[in-house]
Design a protein around this ligand. Structure first.
Ligand code: B12
Ligand code: SF4
Length: 527
């Protein structure tokens, strides 16, 4: 096998490129004779992208280019990419004052330009890279994958060079088959200009692989810029402990990207991997699982892992993850604190049990509160980010009051300054139940472009439907105006001033069969 593989992580905020690290590690374990190199455009200044890529290709002369594309979607209440996209969109859609609307339009235009600029730039880098590699090897081929491609694989088929292999989800098996010259058409992929993505391809289950500790001694030899991530001590380096999530939350695509079947990486291997990073000075780890404890039955696995981390003797470690806080036990809480969990995100989305049920999230909010108390009693005294997405489905003034009651209770447990309300609005994603709901209710038409940032489409994709859409729009604008640096807390304060706070018990009970809009507009069931 005479291949030379270049892994190009396309430009991205400096988040550790764990995807290409794992892929190259996997390939090396199977085919140690293959020469590989990692090139991370996340560490290159934007003006140098083209030149740096070409220089790297001239020097390495790869026969296979693996492009990893992490993120495309930008709706979040944070700055970046030419401004705060959520704020600009809300100013444009909801502001009463024409000057604010104009400001929103200008801001929105800037964000849209940056967004389309990035899309075209990344597509350009793929084309340019492939063309350059073909100077040295006319048979050179490109494969494109990663988080962004997994979500938008159908839209990318017209934008990439003919013959490019577009991959959904994890890429280990596909690359393995490609390198062995085997038929790979049964993997979740298609070839631009030759095959079409199968209907509902993303719902096919990924082929499981046995994950072993990543060999960082090897990675260091193929990745000259690895040290970049070791220098700053506030980086959280990714370590994956499992794949898959069995839940069904209506807006979430992770459960199809990674599949519903949870596959646990052996605890000893995870610890071995962390140890290698630890020995290189890393103290902060992000467990990059879709959910660190996806369901009750995985609690023993989490306990085993954390116990082994503790027994390993690694001191001063910190870790963070997405945590379903309904799956904690006092023993697990104790281990979480002892192993240094210092940040976690709970995505309850709403503090109203009724809405949590309608969004098919499978959370029991009462259990979440009890488990948070256990965590606090175990000594947890760090930051919790609670993700709320208002107005997903059937939101009313009553359910907003319930969310406020729930949040105030979390504040009583952890302390006001320790609970950070992260206010999101759902960016509608393809292949989710919410997308089907939007079709059934004529909010979107099949064939819409989920990557479009044109104002008329973006307004539907940035999920904030009427009758409450304008209300939330005004509340958010007021919050940005009065307290932009503490946006989440300010939104909750304004909502409480306007609507009051429900008794906690009301938030925790979900009356079954109560007449609501969703009795007419039931969320569609899985087909
Ligand atoms: C953990 C995580 C985070 C953590 C990261 C922590 C850390 N230090 O690493 C945090 C919370 C910080 C985060 C933040 C954000 N995230 Co995030 N995150 C994830 C999550 C859950 C896992 C990513 C991960 O590391 N997986 C483990 C590694 C091993 O997998 P991987 O990198 O995907 O690589 C595998 C495959 O993709 C594939 N692959 C990768 N490249 C290639 C290339 C080829 C050729 C092939 C064949 C295969 C292949 O094989 C790899 C190995 O199996 C994913 C959702 C998901 N379940 O995948 C979202 C996800 C990547 N995030 C996403 C986004 C948008 C963001 C944000 C931009 C959100 C925001 N608007 O603020 C931010 C900011 C990120 C930034 N760049 O600044 C999106 C990206 C797609 C999109 N919608 O555009 C995802 C897919 C979620 C989603 N469905 O929307 N995130
Ligand atoms: S629990 Fe989290 S990862 Fe799993 S489906 Fe729900 S939102 Fe997605």
């Amino acid at each position: 096998m005479n291949q030379k593989i270049l892994y190009v992580r396309l430009p991205c905020n400096p988040i550790f490129p764990i995807g290409v690290v794992y892929l190259s590690d996997h390939i090396h374990k199977l085919f140690p004779e293959i020469e590989q190199k990692i090139f991370d455009l996340g560490t290159v200044p934007p003006l140098d992208f083209n030149q740096a890529l070409e220089d790297c290709i001239d020097q390495f002369q790869p026969s296979l280019l693996i492009f990893s594309w992490r993120d495309i979607q930008i709706y979040a209440p944070v700055g970046g990419r030419g401004g705060n996209p959520l704020q600009n969109a809300f100013e444009f859609y909801y502001a009463q004052n024409p000057l604010t609307r104009l400001k929103g339009a200008v801001g929105g235009f800037k964000v849209a330009t940056a967004y389309y600029g990035e899309l075209w730039r990344n597509e350009g880098l793929i084309k340019r890279g492939l063309k350059r590699a073909r100077k040295y090897d006319p048979q050179a081929r490109a494969v494109v994958g990663g988080g962004a491609v997994s979500v938008f694989y159908e839209q990318l088929k017209t934008q990439l060079p003919q013959g490019t292999i577009v991959s959904v989800g994890e890429g280990e098996k596909l690359l393995e088959k490609l390198l062995q010259g085997q038929d790979f058409s049964d993997e979740r992929c298609y070839v631009v200009g030759e095959t079409q993505p199968r209907e509902r391809m993303i719902h096919e289950w990924p082929t499981p692989i046995e994950k072993t500790a990543c060999d960082y001694d090897y990675i260091q030899t193929i990745w000259p810029e690895f040290d970049y991530y070791l220098q700053e001590n506030d980086f959280y380096i990714g370590v994956q402990t499992k794949r898959g999530c069995p839940h069904n939350c209506c807006y979430c695509v992770y459960t199809v990207v990674e599949g519903k079947q949870v596959r646990i990486n052996p605890a000893d291997e995870v610890v071995k991997e962390m140890r290698q990073l630890y020995d290189r000075g890393i103290r902060n780890f992000w467990f990059t699982d879709a959910q660190f404890i996806p369901a009750k039955r995985y609690i023993p696995d989490a306990i085993e892992l954390l116990q082994k981390i503790l027994d390993s003797g690694m001191k001063d470690t910190h870790w963070a993850a997405y945590i379903r806080a309904d799956n904690l036990t006092p023993e697990l809480c104790d281990l979480m604190v002892k192993t240094g969990m210092n940040y976690f995100e709970i995505g309850i989305t709403s503090g109203s049990q009724e809405l949590v049920r309608k969004m098919r999230m499978g959370y029991n909010l009462r259990t979440v509160l009890q488990n948070c108390r256990d965590l606090k009693n175990a000594g947890f005294d760090d930051l919790v980010s609670v993700n709320y997405s208002f107005n997903v489905i059937d939101e009313t003034y009553e359910t907003i009051r319930q969310t406020i009651a729930y949040h105030r209770e979390l504040e009583r447990i952890f302390g006001v300054d320790k609970v950070e309300p992260a206010i999101f609005f759902i960016g509608l994603q393809p292949h989710t139940h919410l997308e089907e709901y939007a079709f059934e209710n004529n909010i979107l038409k099949p064939g819409y472009n989920p990557m479009s940032l044109m104002p008329w489409t973006a307004k539907k994709l940035l999920w904030n439907p009427e009758p409450l859409g304008s209300f939330f729009g005004e509340v958010c604008l007021q919050a940005w105006n009065t307290n932009p640096n503490d946006f989440g807390r300010e939104v909750l304060k304004i909502l409480e001033d306007k609507l009051g706070c429900a008794p906690l018990e009301e938030a925790l009970t979900a009356p079954i069969g109560k007449k609501t809009i969703s009795n007419k507009k039931q969320l569609v069931t899985i087909k």
